[in-house]
Design a protein around this ligand. Structure first.
Ligand code: CU
Length: 309
């Protein structure tokens, strides 16, 4: 009977090690905001070491005991596909309580695998835990559905699963990398050099007819929402916008600033949602992320560098 406590201790140790590992790469650990949870001891969020990118989300349908469960993973191309899904907990029961983030309980991002089609919608939750939304997917193909949410008492998660939309499919090559994107007469310009191993700051500037747009409207608690997906496998990156409307510092355009850490070199597709004059539009960019030099090389200093003993 004495082995049970030992095993429990061992498991607890493993959990602690895992929790620290997760925490190191992700500002939201399994227990939520540690700074708040341990208010009396004021734990500072650990600094993410160079080279430790936030682990990308969206690559798994099940993570940390939660599962994204689509009612039907096969649909036919249509402007109004009724999508239904649930978030199940580790016992298989649907989760009915969620924590709001960016003014919504859950954000649903749907992209075709070739990244040629994108939707960001906010499904409606029924009391039995079923989420529903119409989806405008008039183009056939294989899609990835991402649910970005925080279950009550659980970690912030992005789960991803496949949706097959039948019909004639004409896959598109990824657009070449460019610093500007056009949408409905708006031009969005990207500046900043995205790199691996370090938090990258990206600035997106919105203009229309050559004039900077300085009166962007808040949309879901920010002047812009950016979704970044790795082209090779649709890994979903968490991107944080700098500041928020009404904080007295953040301008309502033309520039919107974001921070993220790219987990690897390669091509990514960025989708920026912004609102102006009551209409939400999406500008899309392809960016090529280059490998950056490690900030703290681990190799010993070369002999004769003047620091010999
Ligand atoms: Cu959303």
């Amino acid at each position: 009977m004495k082995t049970a406590p030992k095993i429990a201790l061992f498991v607890a140790g493993l959990v602690a090690v895992f929790a620290v590992a997760v925490w190191a790469g992700n500002t939201l650990g399994p227990e939520g905001d540690v700074t708040v949870a341990h208010g009396d001891s004021h734990v500072e969020a650990p600094v993410v070491a160079p080279g430790e990118a936030e682990p990308p989300g969206g690559l798994a349908a099940t993570q940390d005991g939660y599962t994204l469960d689509l009612a039907d993973s096969i649909a036919t191309a249509d402007k109004n596909i009724p999508l239904q899904f649930r978030i199940l907990d580790s016992s298989g029961a649907p989760v009915t309580r969620f924590v709001e983030s960016h003014e919504k309980l859950l954000h649903l991002i749907v992209v075709r695998n070739d990244l040629a089609a994108f939707a960001h919608v906010h499904p409606v939750l029924s009391s039995d835990g079923t989420w529903r939304t119409p989806l405008n997917l008039s183009r056939a193909g294989d899609y990835r559905v991402f649910a970005d949410f925080t279950p009550d008492g659980g970690p912030a998660l992005t789960l991803g699963t496949n949706l097959h939309v039948g019909g004639p499919y004409d896959p598109m090559p990824l657009p070449t990398a460019a610093d500007t994107a056009e949408v409905d007469g708006y031009t969005v310009t990207l500046s900043g050099t995205p790199k691996t191993n370090a938090a990258s700051m990206l600035t997106l500037s919105v203009s229309r007819d050559g004039r900077p747009v300085g009166d962007l409207q808040p949309y879901l608690g920010a002047y812009g929402h950016l979704v970044a997906l790795r082209a090779s496998d649709l890994a979903y990156l968490h991107v944080h916008s700098a500041g928020e409307p009404g904080d007295g510092v953040t301008p309502s355009g033309p520039q919107i600033t974001f921070h993220t850490t790219f987990p690897s070199a390669g091509e990514y597709r960025l989708f920026l949602d912004f609102q102006h004059r009551g209409v939400v539009r999406t500008a899309a960019f392809t960016v090529t992320v280059s490998e950056s030099e490690p900030a703290h090389p681990t190799a010993p200093e070369p002999a004769g560098s003047g620091h010999g003993h």
